[in-house]
Design a protein around this ligand. Structure first.
Ligand SMILES: Nc1ncnc2c1ncn2[C@@H]1O[C@H](COP(=O)(O)OP(=O)(O)OP(=O)(O)O)[C@@H](O)[C@H]1O
Ligand SMILES: [Mg+2]
Length: 145
């Protein structure tokens, strides 16, 4: 069954469930070293400041990007144990739309993500990002809970 899935995408926000999703994807990738693994994190940064050139040294955006980069370094550390081809990506934009664009552009064939993310609310089963991705993804979505 695993050779049905040769390109796996893990949307990662550093939440416990996204860590669990990453571990699941790593376990899947270990079954076959031709499986490619892409981990993406989307930073919803301040676009207004971003567009205004030299005045754009927006401290919040800078901190967000630095934190995301640090987080992806840790992910890369974890991925380095795999013989598979792996990549991490830092994208700026709306998380839901950027994840779907990435899946379409890279023609991924499986997404592995958490049911919930960083927001603490537990009343609903899916967060807004996982809900959107399940609805719009052209490929199967493996929801880790
Ligand atoms: N900014 C992001 N970049 C990459 N992946 C993300 C991002 N935000 C969420 N995800 C992925 O989506 C999963 C579900 O998170 P989601 O954001 O939907 O839930 P939530 O944070 O609990 O709720 P909400 O954000 O709607 O308040 C996460 O486990 C992670 O896999
Ligand atoms: Mg969230």
């Amino acid at each position: 069954m695993l050779n049905m899935f040769s390109k796996i995408v893990v949307p990662y926000d550093n939440s416990e469930l996204s860590k669990k999703a990453l571990d699941t994807a790593i376990t899947l990738a270990k079954q076959d070293n031709s499986i490619k693994l892409d981990v993406i994190t989307v930073v919803n940064s301040n676009y207004t400041a971003y567009h205004y050139g030299v005045y754009a040294i927006d401290p919040i955006r800078k901190t967000q990007l630095e934190e995301a980069n640090k987080m992806l370094k840790d992910v890369e550390q974890e991925l380095s144990e795999l013989p598979n081809q792996t990549n991490t990506h830092l994208i700026e934009g709306s998380p839901s739309a950027s994840i779907i664009d990435f899946i379409n552009e890279t023609q991924a064939d499986l997404v592995v993500m958490g049911s919930r993310g960083l927001s603490g609310l537990k009343e609903v089963f899916l967060g807004s990002v996982s809900h959107y991705v399940v609805q719009k993804s052209p490929c199967p979505v493996f929801i880790v809970k």
